[in-house]
Design a protein around this ligand. Structure first.
Ligand code: PLP
Ligand code: TYF
Length: 401
């Protein structure tokens, strides 16, 4: 029975961690996974999270281990909405946003795509080229196909905005388009505010459905509100849309699987009907969502001092990544000046698309023990003052070969 099961391929990103850990070389560098590391290259639990957990342990009568309701922990959902829309948004006041807790960004993508397939008859979702490797798999599981739209130009380093708009206009009316809310993974290339504003009339005219993946709020600019700009522009225009929100990165809750689906609709009655259907899908997929991460996030976001601390800690994480971005840019510009590295400084968030090809990436791993994704995506979080020059020197050595 089981002996006929063939070996599955390893996940291209997660496997980099396995290779890195197995490598005994003292100079090895892990630029693979998009998970924050401090200057000592260690994972960190945020102080705001620690404090929230202390509070939770002291109040077991409120923070029980009972099953949550199907929609999730409601105080968390209210705070999660405010983080995205801003605390006083009219859509929240009017109850037009339906929110359902999910297993972080990944679960939100799966369940919302399943909802669109079953309830809206959607069979295809447009995703940027390039995009996060797991988008196709998650959306495919919900029985929707994916098709790529133009995002980067032929150089693979800068936005091709004209190509993107052209694709949006050529799609059938009412298409679902996945958009990275900020800090695009893998490229680090985002639209600016003016470009987002230019998309609004296109979405309206074509009645496309914006489908936001918000996995890095805070990591693009260091400011949670600024990073919500694109989503708020669509909300202010009264356009219906879906957001898949993850707190994995900005609150460092990776393993807690904390996030939510938010569906911005035209009125409260619609939002309630939509919620009733999303809840049925949740029930038939994994029943209910986990409580601990939602408790933590509700306390952090809902306690003014902890919310301030959270904002500071997000700013600090984003600040360290920006510092690393500037330093690797300077090091590469000095060490390998025959090549233009401007794209590195122009990108933002947790990643940089270096422009290295898959062969160069492989050689960096084999010869220099530096691990990054084969697309040439470098997670800046694996850099610190101790390894930046080594990384720049190694890239230079590969470039001249
Ligand atoms: N979307 C993007 C673009 C991501 O990069 C990630 C994680 O790396 C996710 C979604 C989902 O992460 P999680 O399921 O931990 O929220
Ligand atoms: O680095 C990345 O792009 C992500 C990281 O369950 C990741 O793939 C790892 C595990 C996971 C979700 C995202």
């Amino acid at each position: 029975r089981f002996s006929g099961v063939v070996q599955g391929p390893p996940d291209p990103i997660l496997n980099l961690g396995v290779m890195f850990r197995a490598d005994p070389h003292p100079k090895k560098v892990n630029l693979g996974i998009g998970a924050y590391r401090n200057a000592e290259l260690k994972p960190e639990i945020l102080q705001c999270v620690r404090k929230a957990e202390e509070f939770i342990y002291k109040h077991p009568e409120t923070y029980t281990k009972e099953y949550l309701p199907l929609e999730g922990y409601v105080p968390f959902l209210k705070e999660a909405q405010k983080l995205i829309f801003g605390p006083d948004h009219v859509a929240l006041k009017e109850g037009r946003v339906c929110s359902i807790q999910e297993l972080s960004g990944s679960g939100s993508l799966l369940i919302s795509a399943d909802f669109m397939h079953r309830l809206l008859g959607i069979n295809k979702i447009y995703i940027p080229n390039p995009t996060w490797g797991n988008h196709g798999a998650l959306i495919g599981k919900a029985l929707c196909e994916t098709e790529k739209y133009t995002y980067l130009g032929a150089d693979g380093l800068y936005i091709d905005f004209e190509g993107m708009k052209k694709d949006f206009l050529a799609m059938p009316d009412g298409s679902v388009i996945l958009l990275h809310a900020c800090a695009h993974n893998p490229s680090g290339v985002d639209l600016n505010e003016e470009q987002w504003r230019e998309l609004l009339p296109i979405f309206k005219k074509k009645q496309h459905l914006p489908y936001f993946d918000c996995a890095y709020q805070g990591f693009a600019t260091g400011d949670l509100d600024k990073d919500a700009m694109a989503m708020r522009l669509f909300a202010d225009e009264g356009i219906e849309f879906i957001i898949c929100q993850s707190l994995s990165k900005n609150m460092g809750l990776y393993g807690e699987r904390c996030g939510a689906i938010h569906i911005h609709t035209v009125d409260k009655e619609t939002a309630d009907r939509v919620a009733s259907q999303v809840k049925r899908i949740v029930r038939a997929t994994h029943s209910v969502s986990p409580c601990h991460g939602a408790y933590i996030a509700s306390v952090v976001l809902g306690t003014p001092e902890l919310f301030e601390l959270f904002k500071e800690e997000v700013k600090k994480m984003a600040g360290r990544l920006l510092d690393m971005r500037k330093k690797i840019y300077d090091a590469l510009s000095k060490t390998a000046p025959e090549k233009n590295w401007d794209h590195v400084i122009y990108q933002r968030g947790m990643f940089s698309f270096t422009g290295l090809d898959s062969h160069q990436v492989k050689m960096l791993a084999d010869e220099y023990h530096i691990y990054m994704v084969s697309s040439g995506r470098m997670a800046l979080t694996g850099l610190n003052d101790g390894n930046i020059q080594y990384v720049a020197d190694s890239i230079k050595a590969e470039e001249v070969k």
